[in-house]
Design a protein around this ligand. Structure first.
Ligand code: 16G
Length: 244
């Protein structure tokens, strides 16, 4: 990305020419998938344009899906649209799913606390309204790339100290003898709100798959209620069907 190339870019307003230059750099492979762009300030000074122009150009390309923005780590070229296939009918964990693909699962904590449930939450977990619950909200990443935002609720009786969940919730539950053995899932399509979009590095309003899982222990007690928002551009959920 140089000022010479910017001068050579197709006419129109400056930010449009800047977009044309970046698009060309991506299409020609000079900017590879996942390559990061220089910081806004640096780009503005290299190209001799204002930061407002750079921001406007990049904002448009993020909305188009050519670039992604990751909170705190800048702007980079979107991946090559590789999609993950996940089984819809197995009681597996995010960490296991990613490891089985040779990817490193990590999490960024958004919330990890014990508190009182709303009446709806108490009902879902089958608790009395005075029983405390543990809330775990995480951004889930695979090799550093955001994949899903997960918000889990557990009875605090089963998970009194949420700080014991380091990487995998299911590993922490298994260690306490509380690995779920049965679950029901509901899947629906939604549009990412601003908060989730920022976390996932996708445009606001982009398609996401919202999955709710209620998991039970062998004795039937509910151990988790998790709402997962998966990037619609990164996931296919597949299920094996038998005649019913
Ligand atoms: C999966 C589950 C989620 C579970 C999590 C545990 C779906 C749709 N959801 O993301 O309910 O809480 O795995 O993963 O598959 P962890 O053990 O890596 O924390």
């Amino acid at each position: 990305l140089t000022s010479d190339r910017l001068a050579a870019a197709e006419g129109g307003p400056l930010y449009v020419r800047l977009q044309a230059m970046i698009r060309d750099a991506v299409e020609s492979g000079r900017l590879a998938p996942n390559a990061s762009l220089p910081p806004e300030r640096e780009l503005a000074s290299t190209l001799g344009v204002s930061r407002v122009t750079v921001r406007k150009a990049i904002g448009g390309l993020v909305a188009e899906g050519l670039l992604r923005q990751r909170h705190g780590s800048g702007t980079f070229v979107a991946g090559e649209g590789k999609r993950f296939e996940l089984p819809l009918s197995r009681l597996s964990s995010f960490s296991e799913d990613m490891r089985s693909r040779g990817l490193e699962p990590t999490a960024r904590w958004l919330l990890r606390q014990v508190g009182m449930p709303s009446s709806a939450e108490a009902m879902i977990l089958g608790l009395s309204p005075t029983e405390r619950i543990t809330r775990l909200n995480r951004l889930r990443l695979a090799n550093g790339e955001p994949m899903a935002v997960e918000r889990s609720l557990l009875p605090a009786r089963l998970m009194p100290d949420p700080t014991i969940v380091e990487g995998s919730l299911y590993d922490a539950l298994a260690a306490a003898g509380l690995r779920p053995v049965h679950a029901t899932q509901r899947v629906n399509a939604e549009n990412a709100d601003e908060g989730d979009a920022r976390l996932l590095g996708i445009p606001t309003g982009a398609a996401i798959l919202a999955i709710e899982r209620i998991s039970h222990l062998a004795d039937g007690r509910v151990v988790e209620f998790t709402r997962s928002h998966y990037r619609g551009d990164a996931y296919d959920f597949v299920a094996e069907l038998k005649p019913g």
